[in-house]
Design a protein around this ligand. Structure first.
Ligand code: MRU
Length: 346
């Protein structure tokens, strides 16, 4: 299987390279990014997106800030890098992985004896997070594959695939691992209004791998849950609090419909997505621009005087979740989220 790498550090040019996801599926353009400001813009515009990929981007972003910083003393160097890190952190508030990746690298810098050593530590830490993320996705895939029948149809929402991680994917990682194990998996990808991550990205990734995928509009999901045999719903997550799973807007609606139709609703996510100390009410849901809803291409579809709402994520209450698939295994209800997450490394 030909799972793409989403972003990586290019040693020769000292830049973060990534596939610009806003252009898929029409163009596969690799961007080489050499400035923190440009990276922040790329994250805001969803050129790089998906919680684990944001974690890795945040980590490489701090490494980039360290590599371009010309301050000579450790105090000035650390202050400049920390300021750049805050620019990156502010880009997207809901996915917990972004701040997680940034903080892992910032912490690593604190003990460096010199600026040169700090630069190396930053890059080494970010590279480790990248490899850890790939390993986590494969482990999630293997655990999750055991939940799927030998021949099945899975509905997914948004893109929780290789493009949303360093590679392989979480929800799509489960599907890839099941196919690798010889199972026949057909996928229904919800288009995911307004930015079409399902129609553009999930369909692109899976069709490249030869995994059968059909795109439907989000509003067709309940209809197909009733009229076709859907064996499971698998989605990713941006943040898992003690009482809810935050994921792309529309996920909650699928969970409600899945419960009505007695279809298992699985969440696939690495432990870096858990924020078990917090409750859903404490989480900021990113509100995106009016144009994403009101316009398609060059045409406007909403009268100018009419307001729109555009929350990028929703919260699915834990009681609607059948299981959470992590790299350390499958967590089933009752979810003891107030306990430390088993096996979570910082
Ligand atoms: O706004 P996006 O495209 O970054 O939203 C992404 C999602 O909601 C994904 O489902 C989530 O980050 C999990 S990715 C493994």
């Amino acid at each position: 299987m030909n799972s793409p790498f989403t972003l990586w550090w290019d040693q020769k040019t000292g830049s973060i390279c990534y596939i610009d996801q806003t252009l898929l599926p029409n163009e596969e353009r690799i961007v080489a990014c050499r400035s923190v400001r440009r990276l922040a813009k790329a994250i805001q515009r969803l050129e790089i997106r998906g919680a684990p990929a944001l974690g890795v981007a945040g980590a490489f972003g701090v490494a980039l800030a360290a590599s371009v910083c010309r301050k000579k003393t450790m105090a000035l160097f650390l202050a400049t890098v920390a300021r750049d890190a805050e620019v990156l952190r502010a880009t997207r508030p809901t996915a917990v992985n972004l701040g997680w990746g940034i903080d892992r690298v910032l912490e690593a810098l604190q003990d460096a004896p010199t600026v040169a050593a700090a630069r190396e530590l930053a890059l080494g830490t970010a590279e480790n997070l990248f490899h850890q993320d790939t390993a986590s996705c494969h482990a999630i895939g293997e655990h999750g594959a055991s939940l799927l029948p030998d021949s099945c149809t899975v509905l997914t929402h948004c893109n929780a695939g290789a493009l949303a991680c360093s590679s392989w994917g979480t929800a799509l990682g489960v599907i890839r691992s099941a196919v690798k194990a010889g199972k026949q998996v057909r996928v229904i990808a919800c288009e995911t209004r307004p930015l079409l991550q399902g129609a553009r990205l999930t369909a692109w990734e899976l069709s490249r791998d030869g995994i059968p995928v059909t795109v439907i509009t989000d509003s067709m999901a309940a209809h197909f849950m009733r009229t076709e045999k859907i064996d499971a719903i698998i989605v990713g997550a941006d943040r898992i609090t003690s009482d809810a799973v935050f994921n792309k807007i529309g996920t909650y609606m699928h969970a409600v419909c899945a419960r009505h139709h007695k279809i298992p609703f699985y969440v696939a996510a690495p432990l870096s997505t858990f924020d078990a100390q917090r409750k859903a009410r404490d989480v900021v849901i990113e509100e995106r621009s009016r144009d994403e809803i009101a316009r398609i291409g060059n045409r406007t579809f909403v009268p100018p005087a009419v307001p729109v709402k555009n929350p990028a994520f929703d919260a699915t209450p834990m009681e609607l979740v059948s299981a959470i698939i992590t790299e350390n295994g499958i967590i089933r209800p009752p979810f003891a989220m107030n306990d430390p997450v088993p096996g979570r490394t910082k």
